[in-house]
Design a protein around this ligand. Structure first.
Ligand code: ARG
Length: 398
């Protein structure tokens, strides 16, 4: 008997990846379709919806809950690197590598001979998914029907109807949303006009300024080795801590981002993000770094953080340079142990305190009243300060 030809589809349950199912059978000649949905913090009910739809469309389906691993192995390293690209606290970008590691495992398990994803040719995820697949399964051909065929939404809806795929809310679905434990990204529809103010309805985790708490809330975050371990003295498991941080920040209207973003291929897009936990945990982490790292380290780490974030945004999580930068970052993180206190109030987040046993700070030394430091000794250093600028002024300019 001839071996079955199997394709694996990275499946979200949405319109694009659903129409890939009959398409793989009819147009691409596969007689067996495997679907995989990886849960890195999907909205309530979405995993089940994807499972039901896959079952209905007759695929061999796998649902994988990798939320814990996502927090400890992807979100925590992102906090240590203060992961941010152009003002976007990296969220979709940090989930893709893990999704691909897990998807590659399923290709092995099911003997899939090809990999299919639903990305278009304009976005960043095609880079991230394909990099992950080529790394894990360089032998598998990659099929991207949305990119290949440039299908319009109305054509897709007709195609779905003809193939008995329930379109349900997808017809009136106005926003393209990607959600994981670390953040939500909302694109499309009217938001494509960069001058259109985002409507309240795109937000789910954050209150508007008007509805946010009426009194300021102070919150203390404890870090060990650069990883958050407790909020207001209460130790929490990594996943619970992220959820608690979302709630505290969100209730105070902290965590909304509206920005212009330069995609990998160079296209500018308007992006809206909702990322309350990131908007308090990263500032708290930075506040602690300010206290424990030297001037030289702080200056250099800002460069490393930016380079790290750019690599990760570009889908190069597994690049050797990213590993090198992680080694640099991880070497200093044991000192990033202590607490930072933030004051949250109607959308603002201000650092109001920081404390660490590793603080490179001496109150007596910095104090105006202190006598232990002989200030007269500073005169000589001050005299020579700017020596080259003075030479330039007298030799070149005169
Ligand atoms: N621009 C972000 C990124 O590339 C998020 C994209 C998420 N996709 C979406 N359909 N909202 O990481």
């Amino acid at each position: 008997m001839e071996k079955k030809k199997t394709v694996l589809i990275l499946y979200s349950g949405g319109l694009d990846t659903s129409i890939c199912i009959p398409m793989m059978r009819e147009d691409y000649g596969f007689d067996h379709v495997v679907t995989v949905t990886v849960d890195v913090g999907l909205p309530e009910g979405e995993l089940k919806q994807a499972e039901d739809k896959a079952k209905m469309l007759g695929t061999e389906h796998y649902s994988l809950d990798v939320r814990e691993e996502f927090v400890t192995d992807y979100i925590f390293p992102t906090i240590k690197a203060n992961g941010d690209y152009q003002g976007y606290p990296l969220s979709t970008a940090i989930a893709r590598p893990l999704i691909m590691v897990k998807t590659c495992e399923i290709t092995e398990k099911t003997g899939a001979q090809a990999f299919c994803h639903g990305c278009t040719g304009k976005g960043n995820d095609q880079f991230r998914f394909e990099m992950g697949m080529r790394l894990g399964r360089p032998d598998l051909p990659i099929i991207a029907p949305m990119r290949e065929k440039s299908m319009s939404r109305s054509w897709e809806i007709d195609y779905a109807a003809e193939h008995g795929i329930p379109i349900g809310q997808s017809k009136e679905k106005i926003w393209s949303i990607d959600e994981n434990l670390w953040g939500r990204s909302i694109e499309g529809g009217k938001l494509e006009d960069p001058n259109y103010a985002p409507p309240e309805e795109i937000y789910k985790w954050t209150k508007s300024i008007a509805d946010a708490n009426d009194t300021p809330q102070d919150v203390t975050i404890e870090f060990v080795n650069g990883e958050p371990v407790a909020i207001d003295g209460q130790k929490m498991k990594p996943l619970d801590l992220i959820l608690a941080a979302h709630k505290i920040a969100g209730d105070n209207g902290v965590g909304r981002v509206d920005m212009m973003e330069d995609r990998i291929i160079g296209m500018k897009v308007r992006e809206n993000y909702e990322c309350p936990a990131a908007k308090i945990l990263i500032p708290a982490h930075k506040a602690l770094e300010e206290l424990v790292l030297t001037k030289e380290e702080r200056e250099f780490k800002a460069i490393v953080d930016q380079r790290w974030s750019r690599l990760v945004y570009d889908g190069l999580w597994f690049d050797p340079l990213k590993e090198d930068l992680d080694a640099f970052i991880n070497n200093m993180q044991p000192r990033v142990t202590g607490t930072a206190t933030l004051r949250l109030y109607k959308g603002s987040c201000t650092v109001v305190g920081r404390k660490s046993d590793f603080a490179l700070y001496n109150e007596a030394l910095a104090s105006f009243d202190d006598k232990s430091f002989n200030q007269a000794e500073a005169a000589g250093v001050v005299k020579l300060h700017g020596l080259q600028a003075r030479m330039y002024d007298s030799i070149v300019k005169k």
